[in-house]
Design a protein around this ligand. Structure first.
Ligand SMILES: [Fe+2]
Ligand SMILES: [Fe+2]
Length: 277
């Protein structure tokens, strides 16, 4: 953290918000359990089913997704277990995490900020998963979930700082990166705020590292470093579609069409569920 020019009261407000932010306003135990299962690579469809059927709203949304054009097998699905089977374990985990977060965030953020946050997070998540699959650098599902959450700290900035994006983007330059600017203006950056949230939500170490170090992968532990690096490259790929010193971006350039169509699918599914009620 920077001790200089920023307004201490803003830094304090951001820290307080990070400590108090909830994934969803109700059903805290259930949400904690869901997040635990989603981030556990060993959990099964049955584990997910047992916890999910206790949440009627989430179950209804999963059924709705299973009956959407992307998963429909030509017959209607009324049964939650069948819906999970049709969507598949990993897709189910991803969709549930998105829905749980969307549910928790939709009242905290303006639509344009929420849309921008999700568009970026889903793109980076898909790119990090593809990169991890191709380079065999770790568990692709963990890469997806960690990358989906990599900028979770920004949620606090979006909800507390009017025109956060504009304030930051006006000051970013070739020499000055986003985290440096955040530290200068607010006394803390979105990696550090994200780390507080990750600790509070008891996320696994690898995902916590991806949140805390995705702009400085070299500071992460050796064990998690490749996953963190892939998140950083995927994040960079969102803004710049040239290799600019990262040969791994050639892999992403080759997969760009697949990444774009998966992003389109997920954005559509989230919109169907969240905004077309
Ligand atoms: Fe970031
Ligand atoms: Fe990012």
């Amino acid at each position: 953290m920077n001790d200089n020019l920023f307004d201490k009261s803003i830094q304090e407000r951001l820290l307080n918000k990070a400590f108090e932010i909830k994934i969803a306003p109700s059903l805290k135990c259930l949400v904690d359990r869901i997040i635990f299962l989603i981030t556990d690579p060993n959990s099964s469809i049955n584990d997910i089913y047992k916890i999910l059927y206790q949440d009627p709203a989430l179950s209804a949304k999963i059924l709705s997704i299973a009956n959407s054009a992307y998963y429909n097998r030509g017959y209607p699905i009324y049964d939650l277990h069948q819906a999970l089977m049709n969507i598949g374990l990993e897709e189910t985990k991803n969709v549930i995490l998105c829905l749980t977060l969307m549910n928790g965030l939709k009242d905290k953020l303006k639509f344009k900020d929420l849309f921008r946050f999700w568009n970026h997070s889903l793109f980076v998540a898909t790119s990090a998963r593809v990169l991890t699959e191709k380079t065999l650098d770790g568990n692709p599902q963990i890469a997806y979930i960690g990358a989906l959450l990599h900028d979770i700290g920004k949620i606090v900035f979006y909800s507390e700082i009017e025109d956060y994006d504009r304030q930051i983007n006006d000051l970013i330059s070739n020499e000055k990166e986003k985290c440096t600017v955040e530290n200068e203006i607010f006394g803390i950056d979105h990696q550090e705020i994200g780390y507080i949230i990750a600790k509070k939500w008891k996320l696994p170490d690898a995902i916590t590292a991806m949140i805390k170090y995705h702009h400085n992968f070299e500071f992460s532990n050796e064990k998690e470093q490749m996953l963190v690096k892939n998140t950083m490259i995927a994040d960079n790929f969102f803004y710049c579609k040239e290799t600019n010193g990262y040969p791994e971006k050639l892999i992403l350039l080759n997969e760009k069409n697949n990444i774009d169509s998966e992003l389109e699918k997920n954005m559509e599914l989230l919109n169907i569920i969240t905004y077309a009620k």
